[in-house]
Design a protein around this ligand. Structure first.
Ligand code: SAM
Length: 283
């Protein structure tokens, strides 16, 4: 038993027969000291509603509730986990909502409901197979400032490096631009493979992401998505060649944005990508 009165995670996993499914990206945490550390890295959780994707048997959910979260709203795809999560609901009455389904299809604002006077934070150990798609969903919404105050997310280390990468590095790409155009992000700490059952092949990282206000000259989001897809789609080519995939002559809007036609995507700063996207619309 732990201080929350619930059994060790290994027991829960065994009791409910939660043998990990690769197709659902299942690698479960079992150490509540670690999950409390992840919860603390999301800041003060009092008066905070947490949106968690993929609670599984509930290691992180318990860490969040032990760390004082006002409420956790959790979306889990695997129906086998729901009974295990009911034990946590019983230990924390009215503090845990569990929704069974695909997080990619959820309307998070509707699930969270009235959050007046509260912070809303996303904290999750994301399934590696849909982690990037979920991050793109959250970071590319039409409305900005977004519905959440921050994201504290576990990714494979390599994905974390792509999110936080700076220009002129190998990891710098479309994900770096789309995330950093709208938020500050950094690697909080690494989590070794041995912390999971079963252990994945690679190290994981906790990434902290805090949205900032859109700068005044921010381009329409869709345009930034289109331009970064074209530029990084052929990242080794010069922009005068890679941007031809947009279906128009790129030279006039490259010139208008003050960007050398011989530059490559990985050399452009976030501000330059935003400028380029704006000039592309005005072309
Ligand atoms: N949070 C748990 C932990 O830290 O031990 C489990 C993390 S495990 C890496 C990912 C979880 O996401 C699994 O429980 C899996 O069933 C769930 N999952 C996978 N795809 C999902 C989806 N599309 N929507 C919601 N949950 C999903």
């Amino acid at each position: 038993m732990y201080e929350d009165g619930l059994p060790p995670l290994r027991e829960t996993i065994e009791k409910y027969g939660l043998n990990a499914k690769k197709s659902l990206g299942q690698n479960f945490l079992t150490d509540l000291n670690l999950t409390c550390k992840i919860a603390r890295s999301a800041g003060n959780l009092e008066n905070t509603i947490i949106y968690e994707v993929g609670p599984g048997p509930g290691a992180l959910t318990r860490g969040l509730l032990m760390s004082g979260a006002k409420k956790v709203v959790a979306v889990e795809m695997d129906p086998r986990c729901i009974d295990a999560l009911k034990e946590i609901q019983a230990a924390y009455p009215n503090k845990l909502d569990v929704i069974q389904g695909d997080a990619l299809k959820m309307d998070e604002i509707a699930l969270i409901g009235n959050a007046e006077g509260c912070d809303v934070k996303i904290v999750a150990n994301l399934p590696y197979n849909v982690g990037t798609a979920l991050l793109i969903k959250w970071m590319t919404g039409d409305k900005w400032t977004p519905w959440f105050n921050s994201l504290t997310l576990m990714f494979q280390k390599e994905v974390g490096q792509r999110i936080t990468a700076k220009p002129r590095t190998k990891a710098y790409g479309r994900l770096s631009v789309l995330c950093q155009a709208r938020a500050k992000s950094y690697v909080n700490f690494d989590v070794p493979a041995r912390a999971f059952i079963p252990p994945p092949k690679v190290t994981s990282s906790i990434i902290s992401i805090t949205p900032h206000d859109e700068p005044e000259n921010y381009p329409p989001q869709k345009t930034l998505e289109i331009v970064t897809a074209a530029a990084f789609g052929q990242r080794r080519k010069m922009l005068r060649a890679s941007l031809k995939s947009l279906g128009v002559n790129p030279l006039p809007f490259l010139a208008q944005a003050g960007i050398k036609e011989t530059a490559r995507a990985e050399e452009l700063s976030i501000e330059e990508f935003c400028r380029l996207a704006k000039c592309y619309i005005l072309k």
